[in-house]
Design a protein around this ligand. Structure first.
Ligand code: FAD
Ligand code: DHB
Length: 389
């Protein structure tokens, strides 16, 4: 087979890139290791930055998001029983959209299918070949049958464990990593959200987050030990611990119920430089990971897609390869800012095992400063709604 852009990975990055390219008549093929149902069963991000909201519109897939998503103009931040609101719109002129990654991905699959887009599922043994040449290609198998795609460019959108990043030779690639000494235990429950905006909470017992998908679907997280497994946490134990970490008046209003999903995610900051090698371009989790505090994972993936999409349009429509050449530098400049924000917000809100009284006082002083200082609020709001592309 032959295409202009071969895309490895049918997660949000790969699908969004494919759909955006399609709106400019640029042909792509998406290769996905799993089935569509499997990809759609993963419960992940829930908050979309303004940039991703715009890209969904540009890609022609915003109808359901516009109808069913919830614009949020602020978020609550609590410490112990203290709580204050961080206003987004007043500080930045922008809001975020509460709309789950699962729904984003479903809308993109629907659009690709409607447009007759080519997506190969259950692919195995993907190998990227001749990425440094003018004639790159990909080999893979489906049901042990060998296949090959010849292309102009390869987009590595295959997540943290994919093959794309590892294709860049070790002597070319530098990886920066920080692993946090705790995880997030998350549950989804068919209960009304405790509050109409998210609550990022910190307490003597650690971090908690009250989020949502709709008026009868709530997503809650608590910081847990790295060694915990979901079997260690009954629903009752989860709810009891969540109540201890949010302000008492919120805990009193919390509606509990059976979990319909429960999972633990490790927390990591990770960046691979460069994000391109010859005709291979990394997008999203293939190149970088943020700890989830601040909801930057999916959104930073989308900003990579934005840069790569525009660079490819410039190449195909104007014969201009400047954007392609500058992709890694441009994407990384924004990636590092999202890394900084996620690291800062994670450091502010979690209980670290080696934390002493002094470090705890610093967190409390920083929260008190944020609560009272308009400039600090503005800086946080600008980062939360998303820095400009
Ligand atoms: P992915 O979503 O990982 O998609 C990559 C795709 O490539 C997958 O479908 C995979 O099956 C496929 N693939 C992998 N290897 C190959 C291969 N060799 N060949 C073909 N296909 C391949 N972000 C937030 O903002 N908030 C959250 O609450 C949040 N929670 C998360 C929870 C978990 C458990 C994880 C792992 C991530 C979470 N994230 C969260 C991050 C966010 O979900 C990711 O940043 C986002 O999914 C990145 O999208 P992506 O398309 O780049 O990668
Ligand atoms: C969600 C996850 C996050 O990491 C976050 O910062 C906000 C919301 C969520 O899953 O709803």
């Amino acid at each position: 087979m032959k295409t202009q852009v071969a895309i490895i990975g049918g997660g949000p990055s790969g699908l969004l890139l494919s759909q955006l390219l399609h709106t400019h008549g640029i042909d792509s093929i998406v290769l996905e290791r799993k089935t569509k149902d499997y990809v759609l069963s993963r419960i992940r991000a829930g908050v979309l930055e303004r940039g991703l909201v715009s890209l969904m519109k540009e890609a022609g897939v915003s109808e359901r998001m516009d109808a069913e998503g919830y614009p949020h103009h602020g978020t609550m931040i609590s410490y112990g029983d203290e709580m204050f609101r961080l206003e987004f719109s007043e500080h930045t002129g922008h809001a975020v959209m509460v709309y789950g990654q699962t729904e984003v991905t479903r809308d993109l699959y629907d659009a690709r299918e409607k447009a007759g887009g080519k997506i190969e599922f259950n692919v195995e043994d993907v190998v990227i070949c001749d990425a440094k040449s003018e004639t790159p290609y990909i080999t893979y198998t489906i049901d042990d049958e060998p296949r090959r795609i010849d292309c102009d460019f390869i987009a590595g959108c295959d997540g943290f464990h994919g093959v794309s990043r590892k294709t860049i030779p070790e002597d070319v690639r530098t990886e920066f990593e920080k692993v946090y000494p705790f995880g997030w235990l998350g549950i989804l429950s068919e209960t009304p959200p405790v509050n109409d905006e998210l609550i990022y909470a910190t307490s003597d017992r650690g971090f908690a987050l009250c989020s949502m998908r709709n008026e009868n679907l709530s997503r809650y997280y608590i910081q847990c030990d790295m060694s915990d497994s979901v079997d260690d946490w009954t629903d009752d134990a989860f709810w009891a611990e969540l109540k201890r970490r949010i302000p008492a008046d919120q805990a009193a209003n919390l509606v509990t119920g059976p979990s319909i999903e429960k999972s633990i995610a490790p927390l990591r900051s990770f960046v691979c430089e460069p994000m391109q090698w010859g005709k291979l371009f990394l997008c999203g989790d293939a190149a970088h990971i943020v700890p989830p505090t601040g909801a930057k994972g999916l959104n930073t993936a989308a900003s990579d897609v934005n840069y790569l999409f525009r660079a490819l349009c410039d190449f195909y429509e104007n014969g201009d390869s400047a954007g392609i050449e500058a992709y890694s530098e441009k994407a990384l400049s924004r990636v590092w800012k999202a890394e900084r924000f996620s690291w800062w917000f994670s450091s502010l809100m979690h209980r670290f095992p080696d934390q002493g009284g002094f470090e705890q006082k610093m967190q409390l002083a920083e929260l008190a400063f944020l609560r009272s200082n308009k400039s600090a609020q503005q800086a946080m709001a600008e980062n939360y709604v998303g820095l400009p592309y």
